[in-house]
Ligand binder design. Structure first.
Ligand SMILES: [Zn+2]
Length: 165
């Protein structure tokens, strides 16, 4: 698969993640996450942030990381059938960079080798990305995928390297 085709397929996963934000009942910010395989043929699980099943939406508290909502990454991780997946073999897309706590869940989950994250203002908080980096889980901005899909060679090379988990 060449870099442009690869990027086109990953962009579909990114679009799925963005669509999932529409289902979020979180008050302050809506986040979507998708866990998929590097061959881009299988979606393992999807998640969006919000209250636990059966709970009412949590009122705004002014701090999304401590909103009381379950984060999208965790909701996707708990629905993934991990025992079948090799360590560091799968990809997570999330519409923003993971927070510190979600990053630790991703590390301990074991099967995620690459996290691709979208850009919103919260993605400037890099503490979660540092947690992933220390655990040698690769991270990549969604913008790289967008640029690779547009045909930019440097972005395509970056993407191909990152996908080789
Ligand atoms: Zn989180």
């Amino acid at each position: 698969m060449n870099g442009q085709r690869l990027a086109q397929k990953i962009l579909v996963m990114c679009q799925l993640g963005h669509s999932l934000t529409e289902l979020s009942e979180a008050v302050e910010r809506q986040v979507g996450a998708v866990i998929f395989d590097p061959a881009l043929m299988r979606v393992h699980a999807m998640g969006y942030n919000g209250p636990a099943a059966g709970e009412n939406p949590v009122p705004a508290r002014g701090n999304e990381n401590h909103s009381g909502d379950t984060h999208a990454e965790v909701n996707a991780l708990v629905k993934t059938n991990a025992p079948w997946l090799a360590p560091r073999s799968q990809i997570m897309y999330v519409t923003c960079a993971p927070c510190e706590t979600c990053a630790r869940y991703i590390v301990n989950f074991g099967a995620i080798g690459l996290v691709i994250y979208g850009a919103d203002e919260y993605s400037k908080a890099e503490i979660g990305l540092r947690v992933l980096d220390r655990a040698r889980i690769r991270t990549m901005q969604e913008l790289v995928v967008v640029n690779a899909a547009k045909g930019m060679p440097h972005a395509q090379e970056h993407l191909i390297r990152a996908i080789r988990l």
